[in-house]
Design a protein around this ligand. Structure first.
Ligand code: GLN
Length: 461
């Protein structure tokens, strides 16, 4: 019998909660053990779930006052698969409200702090999940990635974050943000643990009409085989951006390491990379404004108290104004605006055209290369509060990640080095992008680097 890992994991979560605020809810050990039915490859593994994933016990809050008391009647498919494989859910992790943000500061439960430097953010929106894994509380957490929310916090916390191909993992039971971009992903200390978890959660689900029927290959057993004749594309635009100098250094060192490992580095053009943010911040808010329309104070979520003479319209307005935080309200307004008649063609349709072109640019690159190498984020983790008053600065955090969601491709962030910033060592990740449904090879390419470098072995004090 292997030693119990659930008790120690919960104890660590409780001990670190005042320092990190990684969790919005912890379950007791009995509940965690009993709810885990399966006897598969994850037996006894404590896991944490971003709190926009439905679970049929506890609360599913999306870190929003709107859903502060919401209890889901069902469990997300990806989560059920973890339970069936023997994993035990110890708690739900903090996030930016409805997964909108890049710092885990837009939460009704307050910000999560980075385990490497608690004056800094862990990234977002899956910041609680990333912090919980980086701090050694759990070896696996699920997050969601609509524009980078798994990869960017993984980079800022020094762990592995995988966003599978759109449709690879069922979205059933993931509270929708932008449905054509949303995908559930994994946060783990290493590539091997990511491969094991993805083998469990990937695959078709009749409950999600966008989930793919593409067969899921064995992601684990081929992992140690290096990719022969690897051709890695490096977009010129990824070197030209206003990257933090330490991010630029780590990126160049990563390129050099892959070269040492025998890869051919191919310089390519990704002309639309700079337009990713503009296109994403049209498409994502447009879909969000429609997805969040259901939170009206009648069927779901917070219902405001009405004063004398107030009517149904007041009920909608007050419930939504009280329930949604400022960033979510900003997204709803942006999305409603770009979808309004008169602006629909100028904004929304143009963004969709850019999206199609981006996909074609990647197809062109993949005709000659097996993967693309880019930074995961233009800067290391920033200070809590540093970007909260400047939404555009916050959105620019996503410059390297959003394009991948627009193109529907799989991508992952892997630990690639450390930035020396104000006397602190902060982890920096790099990002690998693969052709659709090619997660197996992407993981092998990541593992080649992991085996040759020490970065994934370092843990915060
Ligand atoms: N930071 C991006 C946003 O705010 C991405 C979020 C995500 O992937 N959920 O929309």
């Amino acid at each position: 019998m292997s030693a119990d890992r659930i008790g120690p994991s919960l104890a660590a979560a409780e001990r670190l909660q005042p320092t990190l605020n990684a969790f919005v809810q912890l379950f007791d050990a009995e509940k965690a053990r009993n709810a885990s039915s399966g006897s598969g490859p994850l037996v006894g593994t404590p896991v944490a779930l971003k709190d926009n994933l439905c679970l049929s016990w506890g609360k599913t809050t999306c870190a929003s006052n709107m859903l502060r008391h919401y209890e889901s009647p069902y469990t997300a498919t990806a989560v059920q698969k973890l339970l069936d494989a023997g994993a035990a859910v110890i708690g739900k992790t903090n996030l930016d409200e409805f997964a909108m943000g890049s710092s885990c500061e837009n939460s009704c439960f307050g910000p999560t702090f980075n385990p490497w430097d608690t004056t800094r953010v862990p990234g977002g929106s899956s910041g609680g999940s990333a912090a919980a894994v980086a701090a050694g509380i759990v070896p696996l957490a699920l997050g969601s990635d609509t524009g980078g929310s798994v990869r960017q916090p993984a980079s800022h916390c020094g762990i592995v974050g995988v966003k599978p191909t759109y449709g690879r993992v069922s979205r059933y039971g993931l509270v929708a943000y932008a449905s054509s971009l949303d995908q559930i992903g994994t946060l783990t200390p290493t590539v091997g643990e990511a491969a094991a978890a993805l083998s469990v959660i990937c695959g078709h689900d009749p409950l999600d009409t966008t989930s793919s029927r593409e067969p899921v290959p064995d992601l684990v057993s081929a992992l140690e085989q290096p990719v022969e004749g690897l051709r890695l594309a490096v977009p010129r635009q990824a070197r030209n951006q206003a990257n933090h100098p330490e991010v630029a250094r780590v990126f160049e060192e990563t390129i050099a390491e892959y070269r040492r490992l025998g890869a051919t580095i191919v310089d390519v053009e990704l002309p639309l990379l700079d337009h990713g943010i503009a296109a994403y911040y049209i498409v994502a808010p447009a879909e969000a404004s429609s997805n969040l329309a259901r939170f009206d104070g009648i069927r779901y979520g917070h219902r405001a108290a009405l004063g004398p003479g107030e009517d149904l319209f007041d009920l909608y307005c007050k419930s939504r104004s009280e329930g949604f935080g400022p960033e979510v309200q900003r997204r709803i307004m942006l999305g409603t605006h770009v979808l309004s008649s008169g602006y629909y063609d100028a904004y929304y349709n143009t963004a969709l055209k850019v999206r199609r072109r981006m996909k074609q640019d990647f197809d062109r690159i993949f005709a000659d290369c097996q993967a693309v190498l880019m930074p995961a984020s233009p800067s290391p983790a920033f200070k809590v509060g540093e970007k909260t008053s400047d939404p555009l600065a916050m959105y620019l955090e996503d410059v390297y990640t959003v394009t991948i969601n627009l193109a529907g491709l799989p991508a992952m962030s892997i630990p690639a080095g450390f930035a020396s910033v104000e006397g602190k060592q902060l982890p920096v990740g790099v990002q690998l992008v693969s052709p659709a449904f090619d997660e197996a090879r992407m993981l092998r390419i990541a593992r080649m680097f992991e085996r040759a470098t020490p970065w994934h072995t370092r843990r915060p004090a």
